[in-house]
Design a protein around this ligand. Structure first.
Ligand code: SF4
Length: 274
């Protein structure tokens, strides 16, 4: 069953990688809005290809919901470790993302002036080439950017870049394979520290074999990482139910072996989560 965030603010939840994490969902509640349609997405398959900015929470609504949540938490003496932009789709697609991030940072500093919670972004990285998005990411303590494939063909099959997607004035007209080159260019050129996150799995969808863990595909993935030089790498296995039904979860041992392989190749700060 698809999993949705039903409010602007969710949690806080205890996360292994982020500690106590308060979620901020800048997407619609109860449905997904994303310019990818990953075969493993916990929100299920996309149901909308076009949307208007009015369907997203306004900066004022985000500010009010966050104020309320932090008022409640502060009254209980609770301080989140992270305020985390994630949710029902891709947060950086929000047209006011560049204004919302500093507002959230200011709000966190007001409630916890001694030790404000850091901001975390979990993103598919498709918007990092936009100046206002990059500037906002500079304010985040942790930036986790998705890269699941080393070749355009595997990228197209796993992440299913949605040609034709539209949100207000933003339109996606490229083919997946062409966009993959742009994505890699933007990751290589991104000026602020970030961690790459990858979901590793094997399986099949619509008659196509999917495997980002072995052979030439894994070698290509490692070459892309070497060119991108991220500050860290987080590897994940499948967790929740996936919309594509023939995907196989890697065992904890296998995922740890992939992490060890990356460390042997000289990558720093590699961790595996299962
Ligand atoms: S990028 Fe994230 S939200 Fe978008 S389809 Fe992929 S997993 Fe789902």
């Amino acid at each position: 069953m698809a999993f949705f965030h039903t409010h602007i603010i969710t949690g806080p939840i205890r996360s292994r990688r982020l500690g106590l994490s308060l979620g901020v969902n800048l997407l619609p509640v109860r449905n997904k809005l994303c310019n990818y349609d990953c075969v493993y997405c916990e929100c299920g398959w996309n149901t909308v290809e076009e949307a208007e900015p009015e369907q997203l929470p306004s900066p004022e609504a985000v500010g009010a919901a966050l104020e309320k949540a932090l008022t409640d938490l502060a009254a209980q003496g609770v301080r989140p470790d992270s305020i985390t932009f994630s949710g029902n789709g891709e947060p950086t697609l929000h047209p006011d993302f560049g204004a919302i991030v500093p507002m959230v940072k200011d709000c966190a500093a007001r409630f916890y002036p001694e030790n404000p919670p850091g901001l975390t972004l979990i993103s598919n990285a498709t918007q990092i080439g936009r100046k206002e998005v990059a500037e906002a990411l500079k304010l985040c303590q942790r930036v986790l950017l998705k890269l699941d494939a080393g070749t355009p063909a595997m990228y197209a099959q796993i992440n299913r870049f949605q040609k034709g997607f539209r949100l207000g004035a933003y339109r996606q007209n490229q083919e997946a394979e062409a966009f993959f080159e742009e994505l890699l260019r933007n990751l290589r050129a991104f000026p602020y520290p970030f961690t790459v996150q990858a979901l590793l799995f094997r399986g099949e969808h619509e008659g196509q074999r999917l495997d980002n863990t072995s052979g030439a595909e894994w070698e290509a993935y490692c070459r892309q990482l070497a060119a991108i030089r991220p500050q860290g790498i987080m590897l994940y296995g499948l967790d929740r139910e996936t919309p594509a039904k023939k995907l196989q979860k890697l065992s904890a041992e296998e995922l740890e072996r992939k992490a060890e392989d990356l460390r042997r190749r000289g990558f720093k700060n590699v961790s595996a989560f299962f």
